[in-house]
Structures are given as structure tokens and as C-alpha cells.
Ligand binder design. Sequence first.
Ligand code: SF4
Length: 247
Amino acid sequence: MRPMTIHFSSGRSDDPPREFPGLPLAVDLSPLKRHYQALGKRHVPKVEAFRRFWAQEGEGLLAPRASVAGIAPEEVVDVLPREVTGSAGTLVLMVWTLGDGLERECERVMSQQGNAMWGLLLDVAGSIALYDMHRLLREWVGSPDRPFGENRVVGEFYPGSGNTSRPLVESVERLGRTAATLGAETRGSVMFHPRKTQYSFLCLGKEGGAFFGGPSPCSPCAGRRCLYYQLGGCHLGLQMDSREAES
Ligand code: SF4
């Protein structure tokens, strides 16, 4: 369990930004376990060794932080699909990161001969942690006793690792004040640094039926040849896992 800090801004001039520390993040490695079990018995000890390492040391590499900000749809009308900006009573930008500890450890491990698979498992566990943070944040924002009051989540635009652009990520960096609150920057790229950083836009309102979009596959997608897919870490598969868990 890792404590996650949320940097919150309602976007109202009479409501100064606040911090909510200590939201507990439990990383659920069961998608990884299910994947190895499906591969056959001889693969299970490998994933069990990794789960022990994760409980003792791996999870400690995470520094989960998020920025949650109410924004005016006019601010993003040029970078988001019209269905998103047109359907929101309130539009909320969420950006979340694991910090750079996990990816530095991945790089260190993968640079050692014979450790590539362990490094990949670490990377996949990081992807799972990002999806668990996403789910936790969506629940936090949509809950009636949270800062956006009675409004609930009626739509979302979540680009995942595709469906993005320079103007979009630069808007996210500026509106989420990610450099100051999360230590996450785009540095002229379409990706954030640290790499394990994601974002989405939530539509809040009283009525359902707004826009739900994403995540998109990588471009190009390597399908079953992709190592992330083979390790159970494809973000599309994880989304399916989380939807099944929610239903
Ligand atoms: S299978 Fe691999 S390349 Fe394709 S969407 Fe999933 S992670 Fe991306």
C-alpha cells in the first residue's frame, strides 16, 4: 500500500488549491498472476518470486501523486474532441504519476545482462499501478462527498498511450501545473517525463450518456508479438480486467 497525494484545484477563484495526502494505493498484480497461470504451471514460480519482491521492495519505488483540476471547456476546445467539451457540465483534468524511481530501477536492471525479463516485469507492474491509480482517482472525483459535490462522472476522454498530440500534452502540462505539483514535464515531446505519467479528462454532471473515449492501442500495435501483451501488461487488456472487476 502506497500513500498517494492529490493536488486539487476546483478552478474557482474563491477556492485556493489544496492537497489531499494519504489516499491508499494498493497495486493489484492479479492480472499478471492470471496471465502466468494461463501460460502453464512452470511459469507460476517466476511470477510468485516477482510478487514477493514487489511486496518487500518493488512497491516502495513508487511515489504516486496526482493533480486534479476543474477547468473551463474553452481552455481545451482546440485540443479535445468536440463531444467532450460539449457534453460536460464540469470538466476535470486528472494527471497522475508514479515518479521516476521505478523507471530508474527498470533501466538499471535491464542494463545488466540476463535481467531483461525482470526489468520488463517491473515495467508491467508500473503500468498496472497507473491503471489502479486511474480507477482510484475516478472514484475519488465522482464520490458525492468529494470536492465536486453531487456531480458524478458521466463521461471521459482518456487517450492512454495513443490518440495524443503535442498541443494536447502541452495543455495538460499547463492546466495541471504538472511541473510544480508532480515534477512531470513534457520537454517538447508528446510524452511526459517521468514516463509513467498519464492523464484523462472527466465529464461531470447529473445526467448520463456523455462521451466515453479511449484508451487507444499503440501505433503501430504489435498484437500478440508484443512483449507487454505476452506479460499481461497491455493497457487494453488491463482496462478489460478493471472493467470486469467493476462489473
Ligand atoms: S499489444 Fe502491445 S503494442 Fe499493442 S496496444 Fe497492447 S501494449 Fe500496445
